[in-house]
Design a protein around this ligand. Structure first.
Ligand SMILES: Nc1ncnc2c1ncn2[C@@H]1O[C@H](COP(=O)(O)OP(=O)(O)OP(=O)(O)O)[C@@H](O)[C@H]1O
Length: 304
């Protein structure tokens, strides 16, 4: 094989040049995109039966921001015991949809029912059944992690003893033992996600709505978090999460929806949505395909 044909990842160590300038000269630029490896399509768990009760029923949701229609008639059903993944390109309307589901943003049209309760007519009852991890975390970050958990528990009407017991369990499950006595303002992004998720779970809601729960979370913590959520679902809970991590969605979710430009382009069990492809390929296909990286020759002109 000629040196120019060696994929970058296979350049033998002995041939790696000493300087960055030399490295630029020999690292081969593949002429054609390498064909993507076929992956075995697995399903994390079977989706709940089609006649399982609907924990979340979204019907004809619309949200406009001035001339921009962010959510354009989204309808979705999420069944009890489902681990449901919402995917879509940047600006597709995922956060706007989840904000309307969780009572953070009033819809222009459409309805949201949580356990058959209209979330906008009866927000108190709907919120009692829901735990939320919003996109832009606005936490009372001048509290310590332990204080924030305590506050979340009592706000949800739990008694002192229950809050303390559940806080201890959550702190151990999320590996926050060393951080609970520090101010949340001083937490890293991943730690903040974890404490916010613990707060969302403390009142043992039937439905968890999580916007990008794995963003900024390290792989070990992500695996722990996945375990916690899987146990929650196995115990009868329902999770709806948004994520850009297609592998993660395929690994943990049984059902999914692909949202593009404020509309649902595919929804159902993971297999129905993927249609025999990987979720990523199906997503890219529906979201408009890969963009050719041409017309950016200036990027190789290097200012130095
Ligand atoms: N408060 C707002 N005011 C004006 N426009 C908004 C507002 N919130 C969202 N939008 C617009 O609505 C559209 C959908 O945004 P949204 O945040 O729901 O997308 P998303 O799918 O969550 O994107 P990402 O994956 O990048 O987080 C975008 O065009 C966004 O600019």
């Amino acid at each position: 094989m000629l040196a120019t044909e060696v994929p970058a990842t296979e350049v033998p160590t002995a041939e790696v040049p000493a300087t960055a300038a030399q490295a630029v000269a020999v690292i081969p630029v593949p002429k054609k995109p390498t064909p993507r490896k076929k992956r075995t399509l697995r399903v994390a768990r079977p989706a709940p039966p089609a006649d399982a009760p609907r924990v979340l029923a979204i019907d004809g949701l619309v949200k406009r921001f001035g001339p921009n229609t962010a959510v354009d008639g989204i309808s979705l059903d999420v069944r009890a015991g489902s681990f449901f993944g919402l995917v879509g390109p940047n600006g597709a309307g995922k956060t706007t949809t989840l904000s309307m589901v969780t009572g953070l943003l009033r819809p222009d049209a459409g309805t949201v029912r949580i356990h058959n309760i209209d979330a906008w007519d009866n927000p108190r009852a709907a919120k009692r059944a829901t735990g939320v991890l919003p996109d832009r975390l606005r936490l009372f970050d001048r509290l310590t992690g332990a204080q924030l958990l305590y506050y979340s528990g009592v706000l949800r009407g739990l008694d002192n003893r229950t809050v303390r017991e559940r806080s201890a369990d959550l702190i151990a499950a999320f590996g926050l033992e060393d951080a609970v006595d520090r101010l949340v303002a001083d937490y890293s992004a991943g730690m903040t996600k974890k404490i916010a998720l613990a707060c969302a779970m403390i009142h043992s809601p039937r439905l968890l709505v999580l916007d990008e729960p794995f963003e900024s979370v390290d792989p070990v913590s992500a695996a722990n978090l996945t375990d916690i959520l899987e146990r929650y679902v196995a115990g009868g809970g329902t999770v709806v999460l948004s994520s850009h991590g297609m592998d993660l969605i395929e690994r943990v979710c049984d059902s999914a929806a692909i949202i593009v430009a404020g509309r649902v382009l595919a929804a159902g069990t993971l297999d129905e949505v993927r249609g025999g492809q990987t979720l990523e390929d199906r997503f890219v296909e529906l979201a408009g395909g890969r963009k050719a990286a041409e017309g950016m020759e200036w990027l190789h002109s290097f200012s130095d």
